[in-house]
Ligand binder design. Structure first.
Ligand SMILES: *Cc1c(COP(=O)(O)O)cnc(C)c1O
Length: 360
């Protein structure tokens, strides 16, 4: 039988959440950082209307979608690439610029797909230590080697939820050699957008890419849409690797309308942040440690790996699925996506019962 390329054979499949609920239980999935709030009704209507064009290939230039993104963010449409989720853009960028003999650097609790995409490209993957569940720019700089070609950072981070200041990103970019690409993955960027903190401005230096997603704040994870702001030369190379018709007719129409409905997205972020901060406060009152999150999820720290596994079992028995974190080297943690207010009550109630049962 034919064997795959050696680096693919050695690669573990990318692990997604285990979404099996006990028989007869309503499933409360807090495992995949999807939005608990519905997308813009205008996005859904536009997607539905676009189904009439399902027989035709989609616009390969994402013309309307790029125009909408450029207008909202005040950036150049020509520098935007759209992907079937931002994961497609990560994978293509790493295939383009990382490979055998080259190395990708991220941080200790960096987004898991960076590692998968680096190894799939045949590159080595290294991670620099974090401090207090937060990316350390100094540790990253100390971990750069002559083989480092790309530094990948999610900001805010997944699974930590923490963020680094724009000034720290600028310091990182200033200290990295010009021939090292900096990939800033802002899948949760809409939750932290603040005036005067624009990583997009780093892209004009020619060696930085910023990615965003429609899967989180826009609530369109099932449609698969992401985009990035690229230096023109890097966009041209990366585009060679994208599927030429990568974003469906329905997805382009819905994402364009979602981008044009900023009020809806802002309201989703505000509501999510309010629920998140209330849930975090509740957990802290129960004695659990929760790093401050700037996203639509929380990292919950238990006293031990055993405690996290025990709590996870009780949650699952009640149909509440959080994400186990052993794969990230955090076996004492669970990651909880912010769901409906009622579901967060149920989740907190189960944790309270579990802590009481354990005498904690
Ligand atoms: C969810 C997530 C993504 C995936 O985004 P898609 O646009 O759905 O592919 C990318 N990066 C991070 C850090 C994420 O958490």
């Amino acid at each position: 039988m034919i064997e795959p390329n050696a680096h693919i054979a050695a690669l573990a499949p990318y692990t997604l959440a285990d979404l099996t609920a006990p028989a007869g239980q309503r499933l409360i999935s807090l495992a995949q950082n999807e939005s608990a709030l519905p997308p813009s009704p205008r996005a859904l209507a536009a997607g539905r209307d676009a189904l009439t064009a399902a027989g035709l290939y989609p616009d390969p230039d994402w013309t309307d979608l790029r125009r909408a993104i450029a207008a909202v963010h005040g950036i150049a449409g020509a520098q935007i690439l759209c992907g079937a989720g931002s994961m497609e853009l990560i994978a293509c960028l790493l295939r383009c610029y990382a490979g055998p003999g080259r190395s990708v650097l991220s941080s200790q609790y960096g987004y898991g797909f960076f590692r998968t995409a680096a190894l799939a490209a045949g590159a080595a993957y290294l991670a620099a230590p974090e401090q207090d569940f937060t990316v350390s720019i100094d540790a990253l700089l100390a971990a750069v080697t002559p083989a480092t070609r790309i530094v990948c950072l999610a900001n805010p981070g997944n699974p930590t939820g923490t963020r680094i200041a724009g000034s720290e990103l600028t310091r990182l970019r200033d200290r990295l050699d010009d021939d090292i690409l900096l990939l800033i993955d802002e899948a949760y960027g809409e939750f932290t957008d603040a005036p005067g903190e624009r990583s997009f401005d780093l892209v004009s230096r020619g060696n930085t890419v910023v990615l965003r997603s429609f899967s989180k704040a826009y609530g369109l994870a099932g449609l698969r849409a992401g985009w990035g702001l690229f230096p023109l030369a890097i966009a041209a190379e990366t585009r060679k690797l994208l599927n030429p018709n990568n974003v469906s007719v329905v997805t382009q129409a819905a994402a364009t309308a979602a981008m044009e409905d900023q009020d809806h997205m802002r309201a989703v972020c505000a509501e999510t942040a309010e629920r998140r901060d209330g849930f975090a406060e509740h957990l802290r009152q129960l004695g659990l440690r929760v790093p401050r999150s700037h996203t639509n999820f929380l990292l919950i720290r238990f006293a031990s790996a055993q405690a996290a596994a025990g709590a996870d079992r009780m949650l699952r028995d009640q149909g509440v699925l959080m994400r186990a974190m052993a794969g990230y080297g955090l076996p004492d943690c669970l990651r909880a996506t912010i769901g409906s207010a009622a579901d967060m009550e149920i989740a907190a109630g189960v944790l309270e019962k579990w802590l009481a049962k354990e005498g904690l």
